[in-house]
Ligand binder design. Sequence first.
Ligand code: IMP
Ligand code: MG
Length: 181
Amino acid sequence: MANIKEIYSAQVIQKRIAELGKEISADYQQLEKPVVIGVMKGALCFLADLVRNISTADPLQIEFVRLASYGGATESSGTVQTPYLDLPNIRNRNILVVEDIIDSGRTGRFFLDYLRDQFKPKTLRMAVFLDKPSRRVVDCQPDYTGFKINDLFVVGYGLDYAENYRELPFLGELQNGGEAG
Ligand code: IMP
Ligand code: MG
């Protein structure tokens, strides 16, 4: 296995998500029928933990899409692919997008623009587990952020390197570009 240095433990992550859940619960208390859209695959752990920390007057509807901008490498390809973009009619709803990480901002920007255009949401916000502000290429500001991190390539808690390591319960930095050692 490649060398992976822990950045945030499972416990630290859970504590932060409990805080985010409280904040989102308060903000969405008065909003009718909120829809949470998870961006697969990276948001899998974050979404599962976050929704269990949200409590609102109206129950949540949960949907998924799958977007991809990375190939197998640690650099974004620059174009956003949409392997699965099948959403029900969520016109005029209160939408919360849940993403693993905002890096260049291309995926987030693309998806927010798409949703605004297709569904004219009443409100549209984005919650991200991680933000790498120093890497931004296009404008994209998350409304809720788990952690801001420096320009590191991270894996675990849903995030992958070439489809590996999503299952790790902690967030770690991949050392030596993924070479074993
Ligand atoms: P963006 O479109 O450049 O903002 O990239 C967003 C996508 O790139 C995320 O949803 C991740 O799948 C992937 N990504 C960006 N940085 C990392 C990282 O450090 N580790 C793993 N995946 C990453
Ligand atoms: Mg990925």
